[in-house]
Design a protein around this ligand. Structure first.
Ligand code: DP6
Length: 361
């Protein structure tokens, strides 16, 4: 599909009012997206596990209004008005308005809440933008009764991308690829697709336990981090590496080769942070406890031969990835050795999920 496919034809009807609700998950990248060009086009392809428990639920109430030349909406976060989120949502709605021109015909009340603790340092932009995009697509489906399912999900991912790049990987299926790649059929810079190759069942129930090392505000936002890849001395090599890591992952995912999986995933995480450390200005998002945890994971893996590895987002928290068969052992290890490195002893147990769901009622 191309940009043109996402411009709607004439709408068939305009209901007076209504309400839609979607729950969209967070995701954790195996091959990282870091670097982009306007508008939200990734510098390299990426791939992520969709999560299950960490999710945002968003309801959108819509009501026809008289004047239809402005955007109008109210925003509630966890039951309370949230004015400081409004500019981000307004920018997003303005950016997507040409693709969903019904936006100016309605007044919207957006109510959103996260399943994970408030300000846990877990990115809520991916699940948040995905849930909101799905709600808007659900409304558009009521205006355009002939829209098919493939277009519905591709366009939801397309819109979500315009809100936050990684959000386009939080729409549908358990393993999502985003970004054009010559060896991945139907891959696109515009939206995420279901990973089109064979995947060993071990990865379908993979666990992700998120150790909350630092819950405060990040010292550098992802937006700024992406920008610092422009003119970065190692950017070109890094982008090439992401392309080649996707090639390397294909047989690893198909065969369930956990040893090779671990090497590739940890290298991706450390490369992401190496890019931050070697940009200008440079910055470090890992905390001393992040490093302690990484070293303990390596020692535990060596000693017990448990196939557990780590990955990192643009922050200090550590995602521990492992097959569900190792769950008891790993959770015991976390209790014994890692919990002391988590802020207030907090961690979240999650696993690979199937994608967003519509909530009825
Ligand atoms: C490190 O999607 O948060 O998590 O497009 O500016 O909203 P924007 O960035 P964002 O970047 C996420 C980067 C990452 C890696 C990844 O998820 O692929």
């Amino acid at each position: 599909m191309t940009e043109k496919d996402f411009l709607p034809g004439a709408y068939q009807k305009f209901p007076e009012n209504g309400k839609v609700t979607w729950k969209a998950p967070s995701n954790i990248a195996l091959v990282k997206y870091w670097g982009k060009r306007p508008v939200q086009i990734p510098a390299n392809p990426s791939l992520s596990f969709t999560l299950d428990t960490c999710a945002t639920t968003t309801s959108v109430y819509f009501e026809k209004k008289d004047a239809n030349d402005t955007l109008s909406f109210d925003l509630f976060f966890e039951g309370k008005p949230k004015n400081d989120f409004k500019p981000k949502i307004r920018t997003f709605l303005e950016r997507i308005e040409m693709y969903v021109p019904f936006l100016k015909k309605y007044h919207f009340t957006i109510e959103t809440s996260n399943s994970f603790p408030h300000s846990s340092g877990i990115a809520s932009s991916a699940s948040g933008m995905a849930a909101l995009s799905l709600c808007l697509m659900d409304i558009e489906k009521q205006l355009n009764l002939t829209m098919d399912e493939a277009l519905f999900y591709a366009k939801a991912s397309y819109l979500a991308r315009l809100g936050s790049g990684s959000a386009c990987r939080s729409i549908k299926s358990n393993l999502v690829q985003w970004g054009e790649h010559g060896n991945i059929p139907n891959s696109s810079d515009l939206y995420g697709i279901e990973y089109p190759f064979d995947v060993d069942p071990v990865f379908k129930s993979y666990c992700d336990t998120i150790l909350l090392v630092h819950k405060g505000q990040k010292q550098v936002s992802s937006t700024v981090g992406h920008q610092l890849m422009h003119g970065h001395p190692y950017a070109e090599n890094r982008f090439q590496q992401a392309f080649s890591n996707l090639d390397k992952l294909k047989p690893i995912l198909a065969s369930g080769d956990l040893e090779e999986f671990i090497k590739l995933v940890e290298s991706e995480a450390l490369t992401l942070h190496a890019m931050m450390m070697t940009s200008m200005p440079y910055f470090i998002l890992m905390k001393p406890d992040t490093l302690e945890i990484i070293n303990k994971i390596w020692k535990f893996r060596e000693e017990t031969k448990t196939p557990v590895c780590f990955t990192l987002d643009a922050g200090a928290n550590v995602h521990m990835l492992y097959p569900s068969s190792a769950k008891e052992k790993v959770l015991g290890f976390i209790q014994d050795k890692l919990i002391e490195h988590c802020e207030n002893g907090q961690y979240i147990h999650d696993r690979v999920g199937v994608g967003a769901i519509k909530i009825n009622g």
